[in-house]
Design a protein around this ligand. Structure first.
Ligand SMILES: [Zn+2]
Ligand SMILES: [Zn+2]
Length: 528
C-alpha cells in the first residue's frame, strides 16, 4: 500500500510539524509508504486543483481526501464542496487509485460546525451510495467532546492537540487495516454509476458532466457528450448519431443531471455523424448551435435536401483514388454518415479561433484544430486547464486522418494542430471517445510517431511496387483488424483508403513520391 493524504492544516499537523500529524502515525504503525500533502488554509477547491500534481503524479494505491474545514469557515455551499470531492474521487478512479474520504473532525465554532454537519452527511451518503471507503474521524471526537474532554483534544476551536492528532491517527489505522484486509489491493470501489441501462453519467468537475452515449454497430462503441450546467443556460458538446439509442441515452442522461433542453446551446466539434447527427432533434427554438464555418457547411450539405449532391462528390473522390464503383456504393449506403445525419438542416452559428463561451463558471476558448476534419474545433479552459479535444486527440485509438478533396493536406494540417495544442498547459484532456487523459504532451508525441511510421510504411510499399493507387496502397498497409484485406468490412476499407490518401498527399508534397499521371479518371503513385 502506498498512501497519499491530501488535505488542509489538520492533515499537515498544524501547529506542530508533520512528524506529529495523524498521517505520520499511520506510517509509524502500519509501515506503509505515505505522503502528507496537507497544506495550511487549503479549500477543497485548492485540493482539487493540485490533485494531479500532489496525488496522481505519485501513483499511490490509496488517496485519503480530508478537507472542508476551511470551506465551512469561508461559508462555501455544500454544492461546491461536494463537486470538488466528486471530481477528486473521479480522477482517482480514472487512474486506478482507490479514494478514501475522511469525515472532518468537529469544529467548536457553531457557525462552522453547522456547515460541517451538512458536508459530513453528504460525504457519508455519497460514500455509501458509490461504495467508496471513508474514515470516520468525526465520531470519536464527538464522543470525547460530549464527555467534556474537548480541552484535551483541541488546542483551539479547530485544530487538534498532540493527543487529538494521535486519536486521528489511531482512527485512520483502524479503518485502513480493515481496508487492507478486505480489499487486498483491489479497487472494487471504482465503479462508475452505471444505471444498468445503455448509458452512463459521470461528473467530471463542478457543473461539468460526461454522458457516455452508445454508438450501435460502430467500432468506437460510444461517444462522450460533455454537459455544462449553468445558472441560466447550459451547454452540450457533441451529440451522438440520429438514432433512437443515442436520443434515449441523451434524454435520460440530461434528466439525471437536471438539464432542460429549452435552455441549452450546443457546440459541435466537427461534422462527423457521431458528433452532429442528433443535433436537429435536440436543439430547441431560440437555442444556438455552434460549429466552425468549414464544418458548418458540411453539416448543412450532408443534412436534409442537399444530401445527394454531397455524397456524389464523396463518391467521385473515392473513385478517383481507386475505390471500385461497386464497393463505393455499398460503402456509402452503409456509411453511418449517410444514414444517421440530421434529417433537417439546423441553423449553425460559426465559432472561430479565440471565441469564448462562458457557462457554469467556466470560460471555454475555441481553439481551431483542423486535421481530423477541415474545420475541427476544440475548447480550452485556461483557468482549470482542461481541454475538450473532440476527435483531435483520443486516448487508446488513433484519430482517423483522411481527406475529402485534393485541395486539402489533412496530415500536414493535423500535425500543426497537434503542435499548437502541445504548447497549451493542459491537465486534463476530455476526448469525444473513451476515457479522460492526463498526459496530453505524451499522447501528442505518440500520435505523431504513429503517423511518421505510417509515412515510412507507405513509402516502402511504393518502393517495392509501383505505380499503385491509394486503394492498392491501403490494401498493403498494416491495420489493427487482424484479417486479410479482402475480408475487411467495406466501411473499414473506406476509412483505411482515406488514411492512405492523406499520407500519400503528404509524401507527394514532401517530394518523396510523385503521381504517375491519370488514367481512366484515376490516379497512381510511385517513389521519386
Ligand atoms: Zn470524427
Ligand atoms: Zn468521433
Amino acid at each position: 500500500m502506498k498512501i497519499d493524504a491530501i488535505g488542509d492544516s489538520i492533515t499537515e499537523g498544524y501547529p506542530y510539524s508533520r512528524q506529529n500529524s495523524w498521517v505520520e502515525h499511520i506510517a509509524q504503525v502500519l509501515k506503509f509508504e505515505i505522503l502528507n500533502q496537507g497544506i495550511c488554509g487549503d479549500l477543497t477547491k485548492g485540493m482539487f486543483k493540485r490533485f494531479q500534481r500532489d496525488v496522481l503524479a505519485f501513483t499511490p494505491t490509496h488517496a485519503i481526501i480530508l478537507g472542508g474545514t476551511n470551506d465551512a469557515a469561508a461559508g462555501y455551499l455544500l454544492s461546491s464542496v461536494s463537486a470538488n470531492y466528486t471530481a477528486m474521487v473521479v480522477m482517482s478512479c480514472q487512474q486506478g487509485i482507490i479514494p478514501v474520504l475522511g469525515l472532518p473532525i468537529p469544529s467548536l465554532l457553531p457557525e462552522e460546525e453547522k456547515s460541517l454537519i451538512e458536508y459530513r452527511s453528504w460525504l457519508k451518503d455519497y460514500a455509501n451510495r458509490e461504495n467508496i471507503l471513508y474514515i470516520d474521524f468525526y465520531s470519536p471526537f464527538l464522543t470525547a467532546v460530549k464527555a467534556g474532554q474537548a480541552a484535551r483534544l483541541f488546542i483551539d476551536e479547530v485544530h487538534p492537540s498532540l493527543e487529538g492528532y494521535k486519536l486521528m491517527g489511531e482512527t485512520a489505522v483502524y479503518s485502513l487495516e480493515r481496508v487492507n484486509a478486505s480489499l487486498d489491493g483491489q479497487s472494487s470501489n471504482c465503479e462508475y454509476r452505471n444505471r444498468g441501462e445503455n448509458y452512463l453519467v459521470e461528473q467530471i468537475l463542478p457543473n461539468l458532466f460526461r454522458i457516455e452515449i452508445p454508438l450501435p454497430k460502430i467500432p468506437l462503441k460510444t461517444i462522450n457528450s460533455y454537459v455544462f450546467k449553468g445558472k441560466e443556460r447550459h451547454l452540450i458538446i457533441d451529440t451522438g448519431m440520429n438514432r433512437e439509442e443515442c436520443f434515449n441515452a441523451m434524454i435520460s442522461g440530461l434528466a439525471e443531471i437536471g438539464v432542460d433542453l429549452t435552455m441549452t446551446d450546443f457546440v459541435i466539434t466537427h461534422y462527423h455523424v457521431d458528433h452532429a447527427g442528433l443535433i436537429a432533434r435536440l436543439v430547441a427554438p431560440g437555442c444556438k448551435v455552434y460549429a466552425s464555418e468549414q464544418d458548418r457547411k458540411v453539416i448543412i450539405d450532408a443534412s436534409g435536401q442537399s444530401t445527394e449532391k454531397y455524397w456524389k462528390s464523396v463518391q467521385d473522390y473515392g473513385a478517383y483514388h481507386g475505390f471500385s464503383p461497386e464497393q463505393l456504393r455499398t460503402a456509402i449506403e452503409s456509411h453511418p454518415g449517410f444514414r444517421f445525419m440530421p434529417e433537417r438542416a439546423v441553423e449553425i452559428t460559426p465559432l472561430a479561433e479565440g471565441d469564448v463561451l462562458s457557462v457554469g463558471g467556466y470560460n471555454l476558448r475555441c481553439i481551431a484544430t483542423p486535421g481530423h476534419t477541415v474545420g475541427h474545433i476544440s475548447l480550452y479552459e485556461p483557468d482549470w486547464k482542461f481541454f475538450i479535444s473532440g476527435d483531435h486527440i483520443l486516448g487508446k485509438v488513433t484519430p482517423n486522418i483522411s481527406q475529402a478533396s485534393d485541395d486539402e493536406d489533412a496530415l500536414a494540417v493535423y500535425f500543426s494542430s497537434l503542435d499548437k495544442v502541445y504548447h497549451l498547459e493542459i491537465h486534463q484532456v476530455l476526448p469525444a471517445h473513451k476515457t479522460v487523459l492526463n498526459d496530453c504532451r505524451g499522447r501528442i508525441n505518440q500520435l505523431k510517431e504513429h503517423h511518421f511510421s505510417r509515412l515510412e510504411e507507405i513509402w516502402q510499399i511504393l518502393k517495392n511496387k509501383s505505380p499503385l493507387n491509394a486503394y492498392e496502397v491501403a490494401a498493403r498497409m498494416t491495420w489493427e483488424i487482424k484479417r486479410e484485406w479482402d475480408e475487411f468490412p467495406v466501411q473499414q476499407k473506406w476509412f483505411a483508403h482515406g488514411e492512405a490518401i492523406a499520407h500519400i498527399k503528404y509524401l507527394e508534397r514532401e517530394g518523396r513520391i510523385v503521381s504517375c499521371g491519370e488514367e481512366e479518371n484515376s490516379i497512381r503513385w510511385a517513389v521519386n
